[in-house]
Design a protein around this ligand. Structure first.
Ligand SMILES: Nc1ncnc2c1ncn2[C@@H]1O[C@H](COP(=O)(O)OP(=O)(O)OP(=O)(O)O)[C@@H](O)[C@H]1O
Ligand SMILES: [Mg+2]
Length: 148
């Protein structure tokens, strides 16, 4: 899907990590499972910070317990209404490596996959339900767009 055919559902600007977390909490209301969500944005854009708010809203993890799955690649947070899988594909470069993660096995009626750097793989771009694009405007300011 190219940029022109994407729908911008919502666009906001946050001025601190806490504001981004609060936005993640609010956003969670529109993320009923099952969902495949792509989180896009450069290093330090705030993707993991946003997941803190989403996981907290689902009562799946405390904000401070949500950390970057940089090395573990997949973090699982189980809540009463959904199982969240926070995935970081920054270090995954080939389809073969992607397949070893078994993301398809994580998809179920009550799962929400939150994937950082998933846009590297056309298959994930095709299959995503929602895309959240974060852009660093300045030190503490981020522009966040929800795209469908
Ligand atoms: N408005 C803001 N929203 C989100 N994070 C902010 C904001 N202002 C400052 N920050 C800081 O920016 C950093 C964002 O880091 P975070 O780990 O969330 O980024 P990321 O997009 O997941 O990066 P990576 O691709 O390396 O995993 C944090 O240190 C956070 O405190
Ligand atoms: Mg991250």
């Amino acid at each position: 899907m190219d940029a022109e055919t994407k729908n911008i559902l919502q666009e906001i600007t946050t001025h601190s990590a806490d504001e981004t977390i609060a936005f993640g909490r609010a956003l969670a209301e529109s993320l009923a499972p099952p969902k495949l969500v792509l989180l896009r944005g450069d290093l330090g854009a705030g993707k993991t910070t946003l997941v803190k708010g989403i996981a907290a809203a689902f009562e799946a993890a405390a904000e401070e317990d949500v950390t970057s799955p940089t090395f573990t690649l997949v973090h699982e947070y189980r809540g009463p209404r959904a199982n969240l899988y926070h995935i970081d594909l920054y270090r995954i470069d080939t389809l073969r490596e992607l397949e070893t993660l078994g993301l398809d096995d994580l998809r179920s009626d009550n799962s929400i996959l939150l994937i950082e750097w998933g846009e590297k793989f056309p298959r994930l771009l095709r299959e995503r339900d929602v895309e959240i694009a974060l852009e660093r405007v300045s030190e503490d300011v981020r522009q966040i767009r929800i795209l469908r």
